[in-house]
Design a protein around this ligand. Structure first.
Ligand code: ADP
Ligand code: MG
Length: 371
């Protein structure tokens, strides 16, 4: 019998301001989809081939676009799907400590090469009491004060990672708590490579499903507007959006590395799931001006994107030059061997600009509306 995966999904209908529920069916044999309207109990979309959805996109919490509707996958639709797709899938909190935030690109590279995906990310600076709260289980231990002091001394990057056995894979990538021991036991581990001592030891990883749930909720609470805010300063800066296609191709680490290597400071970072309305607003100035406008909007809400604040004098100008022309295929530049991010990481299969630059005020505006 043919495989069929079922999900319960929600779609926010901006016209009626209603949350509508659909069952989404996915047939991996031919990559077709089918939708069933739960409230009205009728077929909403007949089985149709749809190349923009892949089996690896189908996990609880993700958002997928089906004919311009952004569907939020909220549950499995049947036990078969839950068993087949959900059995080993885990989420974990990965926290990059203040000592190695500048190494975020390298760390993302390791994460992607271990078949984990980053579903949420935010650079934030914890207050003393937030850090103490996060590490409450260690209260009373001799190192507690130093640990909390260090964790609130500079920005950290919190991420939710997802994948098969995400918790143990991420803790394995980190290596054991003490970097000196890690250097002996697992020289390739992140703590062995980048760690200093027991306190400055690169990162944190949840150690149980309960801890993962508590810790992701701490940084990414389900209530909009709660949780530690990002580190954006909004002065002397520009905004860079790493687009969804570059995120799903696993290029975020490489792009962040090249941004740092070129001497730019990343002063804020956050992943967003843009919906149609927000993406249209973000690109509003292009509406009716460039023919690509509808495609730009579709691309921006096709999956999570990563927004960066790039800090530095004259950043809007110098960073645009660094990103290169919007069309990476411009052959003149290729011939002249000009090295820009867009040319270097462009995938041949999908000629789209990787990054987008907008005034940072616009992102600020979006942050208020998108959780
Ligand atoms: P892990 O981070 O590997 O889960 P623990 O949960 O045991 O380790 O401890 C949390 C953090 O507290 C560690 O990452 C480390 O920074 C710090 N820590 C733990 N034990 C010590 C110690 N003996 N000396 C200094 N710091 C410690
Ligand atoms: Mg621990």
């Amino acid at each position: 019998m043919e495989d069929r995966f079922a999900f319960l999904t929600e779609w926010y209908d901006p016209t009626s301001a209603l949350l509508r529920r659909y069952q989404l069916f996915y047939y991996p044999r031919d990559g077709s989809v089918e939708m069933f309207d739960v409230k009205n109990q009728r077929i909403f979309l007949r089985r149709t081939r749809y190349d923009d959805i892949h089996q690896e996109d189908l996990f609880i919490g993700n958002r997928v676009n089906v004919f311009s509707r952004q569907l939020h996958l909220i549950d499995y639709g049947d036990q078969y799907t839950a068993n087949k797709l959900g059995s080993k899938k885990e989420r974990t909190l990965a926290l990059i400590k203040p000592d190695v935030v500048t190494k975020i690109g390298d760390i993302l590279e390791l994460i992607y090469s271990s078949n984990l995906i980053v579903t949420k990310a935010k650079m934030t600076k914890l207050t003393w009491s937030q850090a103490a709260d996060f590490y409450a289980e260690h209260q009373g231990k001799p190192f507690f004060n130093n640990l909390v002091q260090f964790m609130s001394s500079g920005p950290v990057v919190a991420m939710e990672l997802m994948g098969d056995e995400a918790m143990s894979i991420w803790r394995g990538l980190l290596g054991t708590s003490d970097p000196a021991v890690a250097r002996r036991e697992a020289p390739q581990s992140v703590r062995a490579q980048f760690g200093t001592d027991g306190i400055k030891n690169v990162g944190h990883g949840s150690d149980s499903p309960a801890a993962a749930a508590r810790e992701t909720e701490f940084f990414f609470p389900s209530t909009i507007g709660h949780g530690p805010s990002n580190t954006a300063v909004f002065t002397d800066c520009t905004c860079c959006i790493i687009k969804p296609h570059a995120i799903s191709e696993g290029l975020a680490g490489k792009i962040l590395n090249s941004i740092s290597a070129a001497g730019f400071e990343i002063s804020a970072l956050q992943m967003f799931n843009m919906d149609q309305v927000n993406a249209e607003e973000f690109y509003e100035v292009y509406n009716g001006i460039v023919t690509e406008y509808p495609n730009m909007v579709t691309e921006l809400c096709s999956g999570p994107c990563m927004a960066l604040e790039i800090h530095g004098t004259d950043a809007p100008k110098t960073f645009r030059e660094f990103c290169g022309p919007a069309d990476p295929e411009i052959s003149e530049l290729r011939h002249r061997h000009i090295d820009t991010v867009r040319i270097r990481f462009q995938s041949e299969a999908r000629p789209l600009p990787l990054c987008d630059l907008r005034l940072v005020e616009r992102v600020c505006h979006i942050q208020i509306k998108v959780s």
